[in-house]
Unconditional design. Structure first.
Length: 270
């Protein structure tokens, strides 16, 4: 089987995997009455795509097995951690305010509208962003220094994301912090250490995948993920949600929006 044929087969398999993940999540969401559970499917979907790609590449005998399975392992670790974190964070809670606002004026059936504009959109984005992983699974090229650099970038991003999430979870668990702004640890250096780490994870995966010129054609994928984290449903919406809290403007004045930087000294006039 040629690499192109194997890649096209891979696209078909991963599309089925993503559809299965999204439809299963939709069924769960309808049952529990909370479409915010779709965020759990985000990490699971990427893990499913990466592992499916590795299996297809192994069966068809295309690509470099070391690169393919390294990408599968890195993506699965990231995706499963994210899914577990989001699942535990939302356990016992009501609908996510973002989805509540978005679906408040849904025309016709609310669930069917969510299926079209939430699940279908996220599934499509998932397939698009995962293209570097899928292309890398069926292109030749041994691991080299660029892959090593990619692993370092991935590790840095994974640390920022997981440590930032853990710090925020501990902060929220203390009733004394209710209504307060989290400005400690990594959150003193960036208002979004988890989103920054997420972006680094996907740039790291892209570098690991970049063993051929074909993979470079998928550069829009990590660019799109970075855009979503900064201007899409990530940083921008969270900043809007937090803007009304006491102390937010002072936090914004001294703390970098995305890339970690030393906190600024903010002087106030007497």
């Amino acid at each position: 089987m040629t690499a192109l044929t194997a890649f096209l087969l891979n696209l078909a398999v991963t599309a089925v995997v993503v559809c299965a993940v999204m439809l299963t999540t939709f069924a769960v969401a309808v049952r529990v009455g909370r479409h915010g559970v779709v965020d759990v499917a985000w990490g699971l979907g990427f893990a499913g795509v990466a592992v499916s790609t590795a299996v297809v590449a192994t069966v068809t005998g295309t690509g470099d097995p070391a690169r393919t399975w390294l990408l599968a392992a890195l993506t699965a670790v990231w995706g499963l951690r994210l899914a577990v974190h989001i699942g535990l964070r939302g356990r016992g809670k009501g609908e996510d305010p973002r989805y509540e606002r978005f679906l408040a004026n849904a025309p016709g059936n609310r669930n069917l509208y969510a299926l079209r504009v939430v699940y279908l959109l996220q599934g499509s984005l998932l397939l698009l962003i995962s293209l570097p992983l899928q292309v890398a699974g069926h292109t030749a090229g041994a691991l080299g220094w660029l892959a090593f650099l990619g692993v370092l970038v991935w590790l840095t991003g994974f640390a920022f994301e997981s440590v930032g999430d853990a710090q925020l979870a501990r902060f929220k668990a203390d009733p004394a912090n209710r209504g307060r702004i989290m400005d400690r640890g990594l959150w003193a250096w960036t208002r979004h250490p988890n989103y920054f780490g997420d972006a680094l994870v996907w740039w790291g995966l892209f570098l690991v995948a970049a063993g051929s010129w074909w993979v470079l054609l998928t550069l829009p994928a990590p660019l799109l993920m970075t855009y979503l984290l900064t201007r899409g449903s990530g940083q921008r919406l969270l900043d809007e949600h937090m803007s009304g809290r006491p102390g937010w403007s002072e936090y914004v004045a001294r703390t970098s929006a995305f890339v970690p930087l030393p906190p600024k000294r903010v002087t106030t006039r007497e």
